[in-house]
Design a protein around this ligand. Structure first.
Ligand SMILES: Cc1ncc(COP(=O)(O)O)c(C=O)c1O
Length: 376
């Protein structure tokens, strides 16, 4: 049977990973500055993570959500402490899209309303409501277009208020720093005003931290820099370092009811073990601090490269914006220098999303390769 051909593929077959590197079937090492779409948070094959998963698998890999699973509580408690947040509860699922789908559904249950506001260049996933609030018409099927959604621009507070005033809005969903969209971040006053307006008109503010969360920006969540309190926070990607796990954090003002959300696989024993191992490594190895420190180093290095127009993002969620389209540069970095980087909907932006335990010497390798190419 053939594979359903939906992915354009590079002719590279990674078979092994260690730390910030992956190795292909011929033994070539690739520096991973992309983490397989921002997923690898604590590095490939981290020994603590591998051991935790191995021993959990030996005990119990899976049972359904109809029994007690103390690992879910352990994960929730560790997450609350790591993120330094209070009065949220946790619902576990399996992916970023699923997290947002559940966030939107829950907001709709809670408010009794159905409209959703989203923003230009947003990416929230490919399930029905998540893709409906994604700014890419090419990936919406007619079925997905049945949702009642409104797209606005970041900073358009007047537009936001006039939409919310209609009284039909269940949720406003946003990425505080956009990932796929190209690393745009609005002003603190925009996020604060948005949170105030959501409160005033009874809509739930959903912060999609699927990509920007889990320490990637140097803060545990990107929204924390702006002093807001989202009603729901969605998480996935770095949460499991490659093990499929996602979730939503739900403010205590939103009550739970049996059956309103559910999943077979979400929060299973193995997934929780992965999630716990990631949080332990983030804390023990002070990886948020590492993300902040390396950001400072990158800021300095970027100043020395005149072809870079702008450094976008923060921590280790970065975009280097050039004065030319970067597709060819990305290919050269990959095939000649063996460095994985990412693209975005901004064709001039090179995305950098390495494991959070990457070291300065790895960035030095990257900048050396980059300069060699730019000065050819
Ligand atoms: C901000 C954001 N939300 C949601 C998603 C969807 O996550 P998943 O691919 O795990 O469904 C992504 C994936 O890139 C994302 O970047």
């Amino acid at each position: 049977m053939k594979l359903f051909d939906v992915y354009p593929l590079y002719d590279i077959t990674p078979v092994k990973g260690k730390g910030a590197f992956v190795y292909d079937d011929k033994g070539t090492a690739y520096l991973d500055l992309y983490g397989g779409h921002a997923v690898i948070s604590i590095g490939h094959a981290h020994s603590h993570y591998v051991e935790k998963l191995r021993s959990q698998l030996q005990d119990l890999g899976f049972y359904s959500n109809s029994i007690k699973n103390p690992l879910q509580e352990e994960l929730a408690e560790k997450l609350e402490n790591a993120a330094d947040i209070k009065d949220y509860s946790l619902f576990l699922c399996n992916s970023g899209a699923e997290a947002n789908e559940n966030a939107l559904k829950l907001a709709s249950f809670h408010t009794g309303k159905s409209d959703v506001i989203y923003f230009d260049k947003a990416f929230h996933g490919r399930t029905s409501a998540a893709v409906a609030v994604t700014d890419n018409e090419g990936i919406k099927a007619p079925l997905n277009q049945l949702h009642k959604v409104t797209k606005l621009a970041f900073e358009d507070i007047a537009g936001l208020e006039s939409e919310l005033k209609k009284g039909e809005t269940a949720a406003v969903i946003l990425e505080v720093i956009q990932g796929v969209g190209g690393l745009d971040e609005a002003s603190t006053s925009f996020y604060q005003k948005t949170a105030e307006l959501c409160e005033k008109y009874g809509a739930v503010l959903i912060a999609d931290e699927v990509q920007s969360g889990y320490g990637r920006t140097g803060d545990f969540f990107a929204y924390q820099k702006h002093g807001i309190r989202p009603g729901i926070i969605s998480i996935a990607k770095g949460m499991g370092n490659g093990f499929p796990i996602g979730g939503i954090l739900i403010d205590s003002s939103i009550p739970a009811k049996h059956g309103m959300l559910g999943t077979t696989f979400g929060g299973n024993h193995l997934a929780c073990a992965a999630g716990i191992a990631v949080l332990e490594v983030l804390e023990n190895e002070e990886l948020l601090k590492n993300a902040k420190q390396l950001f400072e180093f990158v800021q300095e290095e970027v100043k020395r490269i005149p072809q870079i127009k702008q450094l976008k993002g923060r921590g280790l969620m970065l975009g280097l914006e050039f004065d030319f389209e970067i597709a060819a540069l990305r290919k050269t970095l990959l095939f000649e220098h063996h460095i994985f980087t990412g693209a975005s909907s901004n064709k001039k932006l090179l995305r950098i999303l390495p494991p959070l335990n990457i070291e300065k010497k790895h960035f030095e390798m990257f900048f050396e390769a980059l300069k060699a190419e730019l000065n050819k």
